[in-house]
Design a protein around this ligand. Sequence first.
Ligand code: DGY
Length: 320
Amino acid sequence: MKKRIYITRRLPEEAVAPLRDKYEVRMWEEEAKSVPRDVLVEEAASAHALWTMLSDTIDRELMEQAPQLEVISNLAVGYNNIDIEAAKERGIIVTNTPDVLTETTADLAFGLMMMTARRLGEAERDLRAGEWKSWTPMGYVGMDLYRAKLGIIGMGRIGEAVARRARGFDMDVLYHNRTRRHESESMYGFVYAELDELLEQSDFVVVLAPLTEETRGMLGVEQFAKMKSTAIFINVARGEIIDETALYEALNEQRIWAAGLDVFAKEPVAMDHPLLTLPNVTTLPHIGSASIQTRLAMMALNREAIMNVLDGEEPKNRLT
Ligand code: DGY
């Protein structure tokens, strides 16, 4: 009998086709809507492999009802949607998709910095709405990136790729990380800073840390209060790393200048979310790794990891 793979979202056929001969492949056929929990639990119950999205909650309860499950491969570098401890205890292998998305996500982070600082979204929306009446001396004036000070919280692979881009804009780069990156400091001139120091000094504060118990809620009232009134805050990591109410208040009272957000604590973000009411917030629908090449490369990593595990081989990017 063929081993069974369940894919939790419709993926392009070219990504899935190589699995079809050897395995039984089932897939949630909608692209724009997550698989409902009851369907996911039912499918997982008979699956040997789950190919999951960052929007799926893969918890202990689900794993307990999936006796044959050998591997969970997540289409993301982040894996906070999966209970890693529960997977370890049950001997389920979990894999993710690092490296292939590093540069693409760094491009998006940089794009969002520019979009927020130079008010590009607002300017484009106004033009399309027929609001462009005349060139004006102070119309859409924003903040410069070049020669500004960039503070990166979470200097992993993506953080470093953002910092490398910043050098082309003559930016000074500060970073805060659990561990020092001595090699990058000497190679690129990035400077390590304590969190408070980074918040106080940076013109752009960019969050690129993974969501863990340590980073959950790490930026709240106290941290936003330390930032410059001209600072721009960017989050392309995970919404739960920040206290969204504290961010709203800091922006609403103009204690910081603007924010660019690719992520929210609850996604998709509710249309009545207070942050969406603010003119100094630029938002995107969690598209950090969304280039055609990168998404296909991420899918190839998932596919290969699933095949490896089901065939008794060691997969790449193993987390458990
Ligand atoms: C990831 O892969 O974790 C990113 O959030 C995708 O944009």
